[in-house]
Design a protein. Structure first.
Length: 241
């Protein structure tokens, strides 16, 4: 993995951070429930259609001081540090780095420090974090996980993006509350929970409601939406006149 530095950042604890590489992991490597020391984070999102999901992840190298509480003294030091750092940072949002997805490659000094009145030990540490920082105009693929009368939420890894009903198709769309599905009135195209879709990010806010990132997306552009939609469009365009 490349080791270039482009400036230091600060995690909430004051830890110093340097970017050391831009990568895009396979889809299954994301999420707080899937720590990434065992994932190949040098891959790219792909499909049988070629490269898709151009959403970028960044690996940062971090220097920090980790507090090991007495309840973890029975664990191997680096294992205890990984647990502490994962609980502390994974799922949090950094204003410059983005969403912290995982902590891995933890190295901890065996010699700790004690503070008066605190039974924990404090150790110098270095580790890496994987952060997701979605950018406007990126094209991503995900699964529709919720549908309401005003729009749909699409899971794109460790976060969800929102597609307003007006941004689903190039036609008037109505919502069927019984099926929890969106239906195009002209083409009769159907979008519902469980569908795989391709969308383009149109706006990103890292300080959304409840401190969660807010990602707005559209499917009203060529080769976006459900795969069968844009495949039919491509097949029609390829037919001889």
């Amino acid at each position: 993995m490349p080791s270039f530095f482009k400036g230091f950042y600060s995690l909430p604890s004051g830890a110093s951070v340097a970017a050391c590489g831009i990568v895009a992991p396979p889809p299954l490597c994301g999420g707080a429930s899937s720590p990434l020391p065992y994932c190949d984070i040098r891959g790219r999102l792909g499909s049988d259609e070629g490269l898709v999901g151009d959403i970028l992840y960044v690996v940062y190298r971090v220097r920090d001081v980790v507090r090991i509480p007495p309840s973890l003294f029975g664990m191997p030091l680096e294992e205890a540090a990984l647990k502490v750092l994962t609980d502390k940072y994974v799922g949090s949002v950094h204003p410059e780095m983005g969403i912290i997805v995982a902590v891995f490659n933890v190295k901890v000094s065996e010699e700790g420090r004690l503070l008066p009145g605190d039974g924990a030990t404090y150790h110098d540490s270095e580790y890496e974090v994987l952060a997701l920082n979605p950018q406007v105009k990126e094209v991503v693929e995900g699964i529709v996980v919720d549908a309401q009368s005003y729009g749909a939420w699409v899971n794109i890894g460790p976060i969800e993006g929102f597609v307003h009903i007006s941004q689903m198709m190039d036609e008037h769309v109505r919502f069927d509350p019984q099926r929890r599905a969106f239906i195009g009135e002209r083409t009769r195209r159907v979008l519902e929970v469980g569908d795989v879709v391709r969308a383009r990010i149109v706006s990103v806010s890292m300080t959304g409601l409840g401190g969660k990132p807010r990602i707005q997306m559209t499917m009203r552009q060529p080769y976006l939406g459900k795969p069968e939609w844009w495949r039919k469009t491509a097949e029609k365009a390829a037919r001889p006149a």
